[in-house]
Ligand binder design. Structure first.
Ligand code: PEP
Ligand code: MG
Length: 773
């Protein structure tokens, strides 16, 4: 039997250059089975056939664990008596499959008949089988069942075969967990078909848009598309155009206010969706076309409707799903303008009670105004996963399903809807049995979340007690509340941009002192690292001037910009120094790409300090100065920089984009962006080595710190300080507690040896399965 510490043979993990490896090809084929089969039984049936063929096994079977009866039931088989499916049942303490379930670990045996746990079933034609290899099927840390292969010949399955089986079980576990639920629901839906009454329960299938489950009374929003206004203008073209200009101005004001309020609610990244709405209003081509129609005698409202509809046709003819969805933004802008001209009404109903909102479509503005404490779910006919309305629904954590045809006709006021935002299924007036099944499913998730909550006050450690510091990053004022709530060890990345972005002039030093002291107070006696301004690229406050650049991410951003407006840097450094006596404070500088930049920052820092000490008449407490490694050139020259700073910080989001030459915000190349690409991991390893040589601490901030695979690799590479969104801290704690330091190091080695980010992830999952984690 394999122990948790046996390394997986590297060759079994790699996709060879000549073509996909056996593992990869089998996983691809299973993926195909999953997408083309109908129902759980068919999927599992095809899967066992495929595994048996690829692994030249005489038998391949899947047993599922039936929780209520605590039994393992044979669910699919290739090679055993097909009539035994559904009939063979064992308790979790019986047989070899019971042992795999009990131990949650693989079992590989040459001769089963000698094993004390072997149980003989006369009805299933198992007699001639000697060798056995079984692996658990695990999802949400719960063992769902067992996948096993058997051969007549007495032999030990090779490590490669065992690895393949683990990889397959990882791939199919998530599917099985969902399929069990869906299967149950389909059976319930079948029962529904049999006894339909006047107001029939119904099961509708759409596209999952935002995860989670909701069950509430329906709220129907009927008119959501633009209606065509009257053609003829009631006033002169000049007056129509003046009214149009007023509508544009009011719309701009309204959108700016919406961006501000949304920034505070869901963060600036999602709020930035509405920047594109401002761009339409500033687009001379768009406005000019409307004005030309007005000059020909059309009313402003008709002209807007006509131009918007015309553009929409173009958007809808596009192949690209992302671009297609951008039409909804234009329609939204058109509706807003028409509302300011007095020809359209606000679309949203009063949200005075809880409900599931049903509409043909929702615009981004409609969605932004939803109150998630009232609107528990969203169901629409139109709107894909990448629409801005969908992105906002996910940020607001409202379960949503789209793509249901003739939706409004199929739902009545008074109906109750159960929305499953994960599978895309909507039940109209679900019977109790269906609701109960969902409650059970939700409970499993909630139990897991409660387990995470229990970890809050525990320090983060690996299984063998190696302490890892998990810090929070803070981008919005309300993130401060999360620091203690999720048990962070401090704040290692305080993004200071927000105080500049949501205003019409830069904050004064006194105002900054006020903001920063709130952060130090929220951290208590724990560390707070303020990062100096990272403006430019996608962060441009309207009152500061920025050039128009072809490649803003490679251009005038971050410390480059701040050094050119050095009053911004001086004000920040002074405010940070002034709050230093309140707690443990440090400062770090983003996007350094030249040594001179660092020298200049240090010079300004020394001057600010001297100035304040002179004014205050005494020495200020120590404030450590660090730099962020986000540019590959600085990584390659890291020894030089490390000698100049008190600590090193890795900004993995930017380091990934610059190492891979992949714009982190560009949906066209999103599939190429992965911080687990070995090239990025090599950069990180190099920085860790530098920090050791220099005797300086090193921390990593960036999305990969909270990535389920990323956090393990980072610890294995040698990092002991990670910074992430605070709500993810318990998840990372749970993850790290499942492995020893040595296991994370094995994992990091495999990651560095892999050929791509996708391989790294696949290999890690296999490793974890092998470790039973
Ligand atoms: C990073 O680049 O990884 C980082 C932490 O900074 P930001 O995401 O703010 O650019
Ligand atoms: Mg960055």
């Amino acid at each position: 039997m394999k122990t948790g510490l046996d390394p997986i043979p590297p060759d079994a993990l790699k996709a060879e250059h000549e073509g996909p490896s056996q593992i990869l090809q089998t996983l691809i084929d299973i993926g195909r089975i999953i997408t083309t089969s109908h129902g759980l039984d068919e999927t599992l049936g095809h899967t066992v056939d495929l595994i048996a063929e690829r692994m030249q096994a005489d038998v391949c079977s899947i047993y599922l664990h039936n929780e209520p009866s605590q039994e393992l039931v044979l669910q699919a088989t290739h090679g055993l008596n097909p009539e035994a499916v559904g009939q063979v049942r064992l308790t979790a303490h019986e047989g070899l499959v019971g042992l795999v379930l009990e131990q949650g670990a693989p079992l590989n045996l040459t001769d089963v008949s000698n094993h004390p746990r072997f149980k003989y079933f006369p009805s299933i034609n198992e007699e001639p089988l000697s060798s056995f290899c079984g692996v658990p099927l695990i999802e949400f840390r719960k063992t769902l069942g067992v996948l096993a292969i058997q051969n007549r010949e007495s032999r030990l399955f090779t490590p490669e075969e065992e690895t393949l089986l683990i990889a397959i079980s990882t791939q199919i576990s998530g599917l099985i967990s969902k399929a069990i639920l869906v299967d149950h629901l389909e059976k319930e839906a079948g029962k529904l078909d049999k006894d339909r009454d006047a107001r029939e329960p119904e099961r509708l299938e759409g596209v999952p848009i935002a995860g989670g489950v909701a069950r509430e009374k329906v709220m129907i929003l009927r008119r959501t598309r633009l209606a065509e206004p009257e053609y003829a203008a009631r006033q002169s073209p000049q007056e129509e155009k003046r009214a149009l200009q007023r509508a544009i101005d009011s719309s701009e004001q309204e959108i700016l206010a919406l961006i501000r309020s949304l920034t505070a609610r869901v963060g600036e990244q999602d709020a930035a969706i509405f920047h594109s709405h401002l761009l339409y209003l500033e687009d001379r081509g768009f406005i000019h076309r409307i004005e030309s129609l007005i000059d020909q005698g059309a009313s402003g409202a008709w002209a807007i409707h006509h131009v918007v509809m015309d553009y929409l046709k173009t958007f809808q003819s596009l192949e690209d799903a992302y671009l297609k969805e951008r039409g909804a933004d234009l329609e939204d802008v058109g509706h807003r303008l028409m509302r300011h001209l007095g020809v359209a009404k606000p679309r949203l109903l009063g949200q005075d009670r809880s409900g599931v909102l049903v509409a043909e479509m929702l615009s981004p503005s409609d969605t932004a105004e939803l109150d998630p404490t009232k609107i528990k779910g969203i169901v629409t006919s139109i709107g894909g996963f990448v629409s801005h309305a969908a992105i906002l629904a996910r940020s607001l954590r409202i379960p949503a399903v789209s793509g249901i045809e003739n939706l409004i006709e199929r739902i009545d006021d008074g109906d109750t809807l159960l929305v499953d935002g994960e599978t895309g299924v909507v039940f109209v007036n679900p019977p109790d049995s269906v609701s109960k099944e969902y409650e059970r499913y939700q409970k499993t998730r909630i139990d897991y979340l409660t387990h995470l909550d229990d970890l809050r006050d525990e320090p983060c450690c690996t299984k063998d007690h190696e302490r890892i510091q998990l810090y929070a990053n803070v981008s919005l004022s309300h993130d401060l509340e999360d620091v203690t709530q999720y048990g962070a060890d401090g704040i290692a990345l305080y993004r200071t941009e927000l105080h500049y972005l949501v205003r019409s002039s830069p904050p004064s030093v006194d105002e900054l002192v006020e903001f920063y002291s709130q952060a130090v107070a929220a951290a208590g006696d724990r560390l707070v690292v303020f990062r100096t301004l990272d403006l430019g690229s996608d962060h441009m406050p309207p009152y500061l001037s920025f050039p128009k650049e072809d490649n803003p991410f490679m251009g005038f951003r971050s410390i480059r910009y701040q050094l050119s407006r050095s009053f911004l840097l001086r004000d920040q450094l002074k405010a940070i120094l002034r709050v230093a006596h309140l707690g443990q404070v440090a400062v770090m500088v983003p996007m350094i790409s030249q040594l001179e930049e660092l020298h200049e920052v240090k010079r300004i820092y020394r001057n600010c300090r001297a100035e304040l000490e002179k004014e205050g008449g005494g020495p200020l407490p120590e404030v450590k100065l660090g730099m962020m490694f986000e540019v590959p050139a600085t990584v390659l020259m890291s020894d030089l920089y490390a000698g100049e700073v008190d600590f090193l910080a890795i900004g993995s989001n930017d380091l990934t984009q610059y190492t891979l030459a992949v714009d982190r915000n560009n949906p066209y190349v999103n599939h190429l962006y992965d911080p687990l690409e070995p090239a990025v991991l090599i950069m990180i390893r190099r920085l860790i080595e530098t920090s050791r040589r220099a005797g300086k601490t090193i921390m990593l901030a960036g999305e990969m710190a909270s990535d389920p695979e990323g956090c393990l690799v980072l610890v294995g590479l040698g990092l002991r300080e990670l910074c992430m969104n605070a709500p993810l801290i318990p998840l990372v704690k749970d993850r790290l507690a499942q492995l020893t330091l040595e296991q994370t190091q094995n994992l990091a080695r495999v990651a560095l040896d892999s050929t791509s980010g996708a391989n790294v992830r696949r290999n890690i999952r296999m490793f974890l399965q092998q470790y039973g984690a």
